[in-house]
Design a protein around this ligand. Structure first.
Ligand code: NI
Length: 172
């Protein structure tokens, strides 16, 4: 088990389109487990492979509240096969943009096809917070961050603050 360093925006590694996993092998299972551990430790409700510097299409999430039993979700090569016309507005944050939040509107319900940890094709439905979380993490696999949905003005304010934070961390 290992905690992985999380990449902060802006960073070119967060802007790449990730590649499909060909075989769900032990390296995929190890990475997925480490991603979950890193997400829980952060703490966060979702994490995608590019945020820890990997370019494979893998994401994890768990939207259960503190004190509830954990319900880890591990998706390899996730694809949205259906999404509702109805939209849901939720405040989103991101482990790559700590302390920044914005309201983002997305389909309120989605159906997702993915490979499980044995490499079997599965489908799941998600709504509400889980749907928002999975769509947010799937965006990461395309190199899209939640700030990309904001006006250039709002996005630049956040990214400028992030650059300053990164400079402070490097200097420390
Ligand atoms: Ni994120």
């Amino acid at each position: 088990m290992a905690l992985l360093p999380i990449i902060y925006a802006p960073d070119p590694r967060l802007k790449i389109k990730c590649r499909p996993v060909e075989t769900v092998d032990q390296s995929v299972r190890d990475l997925t487990r480490d991603m979950l551990e890193t997400m829980y430790a952060a703490p966060g409700i979702g994490l995608s492979a590019p945020q820890i510097g990997d370019t494979r299409r893998i994401l994890v999430c768990d939207v259960t509240r503190e004190g509830e039993d954990r319900q880890p979700i591990q998706l390899v090569n996730p694809e949205i096969v259906w999404s509702s016309d109805e939209l849901y507005l939720a405040e989103e944050g991101c482990l790559s943009l700590p302390d920044h939040f914005a309201e983002i509107e997305r389909p309120s319900e989605v159906r997702i096809r993915y490979l499980d940890q044995q490499g079997e094709s599965q489908e799941m439905s998600a709504d509400g917070l889980l749907a928002a979380c999975v769509q947010h993490e799937m965006d990461h696999l395309e190199g899209i961050l939640f700030v990309d949905y904001l006006s250039p003005l709002k996005r630049n304010i956040i990214l400028r603050k992030m650059k300053k934070l990164k400079r402070q961390k490097e200097a420390a």
